[in-house]
Design a protein around this ligand. Structure first.
Ligand code: SF4
Ligand code: SF4
Length: 77
């Protein structure tokens, strides 16, 4: 099983809480505005993510999602 981390950039208001809480310094605030006029968070160093979910828990706008990806499903067919 592997995991996928994603930030819904248009849901994000750029508060920076997730950037501050990440223990692996994965996240940064983008220089590009989203559709609401905020500078959203993004994974600047995705290879360092340990999927601890602290950022998801911290985000007041529920903009960050971590989900499991089924790797074996295709191989069993
Ligand atoms: S899941 Fe953990 S390591 Fe990954 S970006 Fe969020 S806080 Fe950082
Ligand atoms: S905590 Fe949520 S709203 Fe704040 S910068 Fe991170 S993703 Fe955006």
């Amino acid at each position: 099983m592997t995991y996928q981390h994603s930030v819904d950039e248009d849901q994000c208001k750029g508060c920076g809480l997730c950037v501050a809480v990440c223990p692996k310094n994965v996240l940064e605030i983008s220089n590009n505005v989203n559709t609401k006029g905020y500078f959203p968070a993004y994974q600047a160093r995705p290879e360092d993510c340990i999927f601890c979910a602290l950022c998801c828990t911290m985000c007041p706008d529920v903009a960050i999602t971590i989900r499991e990806i089924e790797e074996e499903a295709a191989a069993k067919k």
